[in-house]
Design a protein around this ligand. Structure first.
Ligand code: IPE
Ligand code: IPE
Ligand code: MG
Length: 265
């Protein structure tokens, strides 16, 4: 049972919106492209890294809300393989913020039974970052609630290439037959193996593109774009995205209404 009090006390706008949601039709997995930190900082004449720092409060609010809504999984796009090409100072600051976040948040993740996971080319991360991530992975491995997935040094195309390479290796080793390679074979070799595909993909900051995120997994996701910049994103914005999701009719290629009878004269 969702404890609505935790998300919005009676009389709050969060509660009013929550009361309008159909709790029986919640997305199981929500993925978020957290964008707009640089623009948020620029609007305030601050260095870009201050936007990243401010974005941490949004991460905290989003993870907390996802857990309180009892979603199965939340995947946050924090750093793409392309983002390595940003100025050195910005990349270094992002990595420091990530380490700090993981260490500071561990107790909260455990208290909320949240299982931490990381997807992406983790081997490209600095060893001190990998160590901080590994500590959180190990400490939360037993947790049974929300799966909180963070995409780091992530590229959807690289993920598909990695899966293809693994399949090729198995075929070469004789443990997999080419005729047995199907959609499930590929899905089970992606970084997200075992997780349901996202039902809802949110992108902040007004950009209307996918930027190489979860290319395979979003085949039938509903996509929600908002102009809100990531550092301004809070529980209310998350609930608005879910309310919009619930207005959509998911068809998966089918027809949902019977054909009207054709009257021939
Ligand atoms: C998203 O914010 C964070 C990362 C991609 C790491 P940006 O840094 O892309 O912010 P904008 O798009 O420049 O405003
Ligand atoms: C996408 O944002 C990557 C993350 C949010 C981590 P970008 O800001 O890097 O994407 P583009 O450059 O606008 O496509
Ligand atoms: Mg951006």
């Amino acid at each position: 049972m969702i404890d609505k009090e935790l998300i919005g006390p009676p009389g709050s706008p969060e509660r009013a919106l929550l009361d309008r949601l159909d709790l029986g039709r919640m997305p199981r997995h929500v993925a978020v492209i957290m964008d707009g930190n640089g623009r948020w900082a620029k609007q305030r004449r601050l260095p870009r890294v201050e936007g990243h720092r401010a974005g941490i409060a949004s991460v905290r609010a989003t993870v907390e809300t996802a857990a309180r809504l009892h979603l199965d999984a939340l995947t946050l796009y924090a750093f793409s393989t392309e983002n390595w090409k940003r100025p050195h100072l910005e990349v270094a600051t992002l990595m420091t913020l990530l380490k700090e976040y993981v260490r500071r948040e561990l107790a909260t993740l455990l208290a909320n039974d949240i299982r931490f996971r990381v997807i992406g080319r983790i081997d490209q991360l600095d060893s001190s970052v990998r160590k901080a991530l590994q500590e959180a992975l190990d400490a939360t491995a037993h947790c049974k609630g929300l799966v909180f997935n963070i995409a780091l040094s992530y590229s959807g195309r690289a993920e598909l290439a990695d899966a293809a390479r693994r399949i090729a290796e198995e075929v070469a080793a004789g443990t997999l037959r080419p005729e047995d390679v199907g959609e499930d074979t590929l899905a089970s070799r992606l970084y997200t193996a075992g997780l349901p595909d996202p039902d809802l993909l949110v992108r902040t900051s007004g950009e209307v593109r996918i930027s190489n995120f979860l290319l395979w997994q979003i085949a039938y996701a509903e996509i929600y774009f908002t102009n809100t910049l990531w550092p301004d994103f809070r529980a209310m914005d998350f609930l608005e995205a879910i309310a919009d999701f619930q207005k959509r009719e998911r068809r998966f290629g089918l027809v949902t209404e019977p054909e009207p009878a054709v009257h021939r004269t």
